[in-house]
Design a protein around this ligand. Structure first.
Ligand code: HEC
Ligand code: HEC
Length: 373
């Protein structure tokens, strides 16, 4: 089985300039939730449960409203228009459309439980069609949560945060959010850039886009929440398209973002003339991913092994991220075996990549692998 698993799965990341030193503040237990995190008190399956689990890694989820969002300018041939045109200079990548007068996104800095600011945690909301989706991301640990309102109230009412008992009335449970496969599109890292959304600037520093720029092959990223799987990266081609950031399929978007002149932020909409071999190779791999991008977590063997490898290879050599990713996805014997594997790789010091796993920790992998079946 180990032969098969290692033979079939080609590492997505080669970590060419990898930082191999172990993280100083991770504990052997692997569980590094915030020291001041509140207890999880809500019943499993409730919206508040999702928020409280996430708050352990991100701090309290803030109250948010689309009233805070910034108005998206729409231009045609460089001139701003105020009625929705049939085409525009920078359509939304999600829809391909150019609606005017829409308040789209706001950015909130995270806090610790005592209310003090926590700049490594950022929340961004996204307002479309009366809905409000939210991404919260901790750029130090990689912990990421997706949220969506339950649409009972208009999206420009203040939707309470995780310390407010009314939370359940306003937000969806983890399972409902997960059914949307947010991480299927938000794949390489939490934040998606497009010429459309990059028109929005950070109100505190207009030289920066509103949506944070964090992409690198080393940026830690894993998804927390019941029903969510990890974003795909195992098996992605190693070429120029995976040299600056992990694999990002653009095949689910109405605008072919992979054909833009890289890197983001995309100040203008300049596309390459023809699909390059590297982009084609990436798209061929994207076409092999399951429909809807959701891994079959009910299925035994393959799914568990792949999730573990996505944790190990997808965390950009950040041991805290790998620890947290396995701790939130596994329990019992599998978790114990995975922690042994992760500790082995950390001690081997050759990076969280396939070559290191193969060369130094084959026995530990085999123990886990036997439990995937
Ligand atoms: C079909 C692909 C797709 C899915 C699925 C998806 N998104 Fe997005 N999302 C996008 C695109 C594309 C953008 C960038 C804006 C644009 O150009 O339309 C975006 C932007 C966002 C933003 C603004 C910050 C950023 O990264 O640009 C948030 C927040 C967001 N999405 C939340 C969610 C949540 C929450 C879910 C799941 C409930 C989700 N998205 C599912 C494609 C998707
Ligand atoms: C020079 C570095 C660089 C190279 C090479 C590069 N990209 Fe990007 N790309 C970026 C950055 C930076 C972003 C913004 C990502 C972020 O911060 O979340 C981006 C964004 C994207 C996006 C928009 C969605 C998102 O994740 O924000 C897609 C799709 C994408 N890249 C695909 C590709 C493909 C396909 C190739 C190969 C043809 C490629 N990239 C090569 C730097 C690069």
């Amino acid at each position: 089985m180990i032969q098969l698993a290692l033979g079939v799965i080609v590492s997505a990341c080669s970590f060419k300039d990898s930082n191999t030193s172990p993280q100083p503040n991770s504990t052997p237990s692997g569980l590094v939730i915030d020291a001041d995190a509140s207890q999880v008190t809500a019943a499993v399956g409730t919206p508040l449960h999702h928020a409280q689990i996430c708050a352990q890694y991100l701090g309290p989820i803030p109250a948010m409203s689309c009233a805070d969002a910034t108005l998206m300018p729409i231009t045609v041939d460089g001139v701003e228009v105020f009625e929705t045109p049939a085409r525009c200079d920078r359509p939304s990548a999600l829809t391909g459309t150019c609606e005017t007068e829409e308040r789209i996104a706001a950015r909130y800095t995270g806090t610790h439980n005592d209310g003090s600011p926590r700049p490594e945690v950022v929340f961004v909301n996204f307002c479309r069609d009366g809905g409000m989706g939210v991404i919260g991301h901790n750029s130090e640990t990689g912990a990421t949560c997706f949220f969506h309102i339950n649409m009972r109230f208009p999206n420009d009412t203040l939707h309470p945060g995780s310390n407010d008992p009314k939370y359940d009335d306003y937000w969806q449970s983890a399972d409902l959010v997960a059914a949307d496969n947010c991480q299927g599109c938000h794949q390489a890292d939490p934040w998606l850039h497009s010429p459309w959304i990059d028109q929005l600037r950070d109100p505190h520093d207009s030289s920066l886009p509103l949506v944070p720029l964090t992409a690198s092959t080393d940026s830690p990223y894993f998804v927390v929440g019941d029903g969510f799987t990890q974003p795909y990266n195992v098996g992605a081609p190693e070429n120029s398209c995976t040299s600056c950031h992990r694999a990002q399929c653009d095949t689910n978007f109405a605008v072919p973002l992979g054909e833009l002149i890289m890197p983001a932020p995309f100040g203008d909409s300049t596309f390459i003339d023809s699909v390059s071999d590297d982009l084609q190779e990436l798209r061929d791999w994207c076409a092999t991913l399951p429909e809807g991008q959701q891994r079959d977590t009910e299925g035994g063997e393959g799914a568990a092994c792949e999730t573990a490898l996505d944790c190990i290879y997808g965390c950009g050599n950040n041991e805290t991220c790998v620890d947290l990713c396995v701790a939130t996805n596994f329990e019992g014997d599998r978790l114990t075996a995975l922690r042994d594997l992760v500790n082995c790789m950390a001690e081997a010091g050759c990076g969280f990549n396939e070559a290191c796993l193969d060369a130094s920790c084959g026995a530990e992998f085999a123990t886990f692998d036997a439990l995937c079946e």
